[in-house]
Write a new protein. Structure first.
Length: 296
């Protein structure tokens, strides 16, 4: 009886749930680092396998284990794997389209972020952050390298699909939903997006990545399902993977890092259309939910 009471209290305590999630995340990350280390020096393929294993252990495993331990509900629906709110096709298509419609805004935020100057006082810090950025860029380009179609598909799995599932599970399924129970949903979405961006440890990509997190967060909130934000995340990462491959093979000639860059007028239009699409999805879903409740 006492054991059951302890478990019930555990499932109701927000602080304890957060602590347990962090412990699970820490242990799983250590295991993932140990396992992936075995592949790190096995050439480019080994590096990609190591990256995939690391992503799974850090972002996929902890949310599932956490919800199995702390939640009364079934783990998968509680994590966000639910049916997309009506109109489901409308929400999914708008979500995918947002990844392209918002590109001018993303590029503008990237330009602002890269232009940040810390001044002479923090010159050493700025040099250090830029060295981290260059190292991350070099690692990313190495990861994106693919000699054939099979390599492209493997890159889509490692760089696009696994991170899309894992990061949405962690940052939207656990973090955003957890924060939403204690604060205004808009604040929860923005805070979860900020943490999502910070955890990548790339200062000069913080603003565009946070903006991406906000888009994913709102569409998850509007659609009520992780499937929407996972698809959006996959489209975002997958587009970069495919463009890099086509560019590397000489099939197209584009600046992948600044794909979608537009003049200021188009940035404003992009921002307005992005906001309008999210609001349209929000209102449409709300109307249909209220209509269903009225009929019931």
């Amino acid at each position: 009886m006492r054991d059951n009471l302890f478990i019930d209290n555990l499932k109701q305590s927000t602080g304890m749930r957060i602590f347990i999630f962090l412990v699970i995340l820490f242990i799983s990350s250590l295991v993932g680092a140990a396992v992936s280390a075995a592949f790190m020096f096995a050439g480019d393929l080994g590096m990609k396998i190591a990256q995939g294993l690391s992503s799974i252990m850090m972002f996929v495993v902890p949310p599932i284990v956490y919800y199995l331990i702390t939640r009364k509900e079934r783990a998968m629906p509680a994590l966000g794997f639910r049916a997309v709110n009506k109109p489901w096709l409308y929400n999914i298509l708008i979500g995918a389209a947002l990844m392209f419609v918002s590109l001018p805004v993303t590029n503008q935020l990237t330009a602002w972020n890269e232009a940040m100057d810390f001044g002479t006082v923090f010159e050493k810090l700025e040099e250090y952050l830029k060295s981290l950025e260059e190292a991350a860029q070099a690692a990313t380009e190495k990861m994106l390298k693919a000699d054939h179609l099979g390599g492209l598909l493997f890159n889509l799995l490692i760089i696009a699909l696994i991170p899309a599932v894992g990061e949405e599970l962690t940052f939207r399924g656990v973090l955003q939903q957890g924060l939403s129970r204690r604060m205004n949903p808009h604040v929860a979405i923005i805070l979860a997006a900020a943490i999502f961006s910070f955890i990548h440890f790339q200062f000069y990509g913080f603003l565009p990545r946070m903006f991406l997190g906000i888009l994913l967060g709102y569409m998850f909130y509007v659609s009520g399902s992780l499937w929407t934000s996972i698809l959006m995340h996959f489209v975002n990462n997958g587009t970069a993977v495919v463009l890099y491959y086509l560019n590397d093979k000489g099939i197209i000639n584009v600046d992948v890092d600044h794909f979608g860059a537009m003049p200021p007028t188009m940035v404003v239009i992009s921002a307005a259309v992005t906001i309008a699409l999210i609001v349209a999805c929000w209102r449409k879903s709300k109307e249909l939910i209220q209509k269903d409740e009225w009929h019931q």
